[in-house]
Write a protein that binds this ligand. Structure first.
Ligand SMILES: [Zn+2]
Length: 326
């Protein structure tokens, strides 16, 4: 887990902004303390965000598991640029040039909103919330670090068709990055929930005693078959869909991009990429979340977050000496 802007852990009481540093002595103690607390936050576990289209992985998992969709059935879905839900028209992001006829794999590669809205409606609120719960989105992960935040979802009984529609493509709720990485790790782990942990082993420097911190598993959230299908679709997203910029030469990388607004009508975006590497024998999961990117890549996950993921993955893969995909 890494956060930017960072600060020097050996010098935690020095603020990391030049501007604030210059006026530091003029600030009141209370303000200093608030600013330091903000600088120390581990955003991966202490902050929530709207995941956007990366959450389509959850909708796709539930739909496949409940057998209301198949991966490669040609023309199973149709995007006309928008979909009407309870009298309200919700647009596809590519409403100006609709995606038309698609299989589920193509819909995930295109990140087509109407398809996932349709799947959410077919699943229904109570089934959908069952999967939110199974994937761990309705509770904290219990990671062994302080300050973990909980997610923000509407109460199940308050979710109508329109709310369900927006949840199905990743909007109008907030989760923590550690919940998202736990979800994708569950998929990478053949569908079985896996608890995140920080420490793998404790070794006593004097006695040499070794204490292993065991990996803790939870329930089978989706079948092995569904998990493999999701990984296969994620591989297509990176090999030829919106996640191409995360490619690593010689490896099958899987992923999904996402963009959402940071708050309502702020003009600020949160853009992300969530991925698995390599998808034929998963060793790594990754989540890159960029808050309000303003560079030349725009604010779409495929343009700015996916290339960062690709770069990091290629370095970790060579560091871990993971064999190339066949
Ligand atoms: Zn579409």
């Amino acid at each position: 887990m890494a956060t930017y802007p960072y600060y020097n852990l050996n010098d935690p009481f020095t603020i990391n902004s030049e501007e604030l540093k210059n006026n530091w002595e003029l600030l009141e103690q209370k303000d200093k303390s608030t600013l330091l607390q903000a600088m120390w936050r581990n955003k991966a576990i202490a902050d929530t965000y709207e995941p956007g289209s990366t959450f389509k992985l959850v909708t796709a998992s539930a739909a496949l598991e409940e057998k209301i969709a198949e991966v490669d059935k040609a023309g199973a879905f149709n995007c006309s640029g928008s979909i009407e839900i309870a009298g309200r028209r919700i647009k596809c992001w590519r409403y100006y040039r609709p995606h038309g006829s698609q299989s589920l794999r193509q819909a995930l590669m295109n990140s087509c909103n109407p398809v996932f809205i349709g799947l959410g409606q077919k699943l229904g609120v109570s089934k959908y919330y069952e999967y939110l719960n199974k994937f761990g989105f309705l509770r904290k992960t219990g990671i062994d670090l302080p300050g973990e935040a909980g997610s923000i979802f509407l109460k199940e009984e308050k979710v109508g068709p329109v709310e369900l529609a927006t949840i199905s493509f990743g909007q109008r709720f907030e989760v923590t990055p550690i919940q998202m990485i736990t979800m994708v790790s569950t998929i990478a782990n053949n569908g079985r929930y896996i608890y995140p942990r920080i420490v793998k082993q404790i070794q006593d420097a004097e006695t040499g005693n070794v204490q292993d911190i065991e990996t803790k598993f939870g329930d089978q959230v989706i079948s092995e078959k569904t998990a493999q299908d999701i990984l296969s679709m994620m591989t297509s997203v990176v090999s030829e869909g919106t996640g191409k910029n995360a490619r690593v030469q010689g490896y099958n990388i899987g992923g999904k991009t996402g963009t959402s607004e940071d708050g309502v009508n702020t003009g600020k975006y949160v853009t992300s990429f969530i991925g698995v590497a390599p998808t034929d024998d998963p060793q790594l999961t990754i989540l890159i979340t960029l808050y309000n990117p303003t560079g030349e890549g725009g604010h779409q996950g495929g343009g700015v977050a996916a290339p960062v993921a690709g770069k990091i993955l290629s370095e970790i893969i060579s560091y871990l000496e993971i064999p190339e995909s066949e």
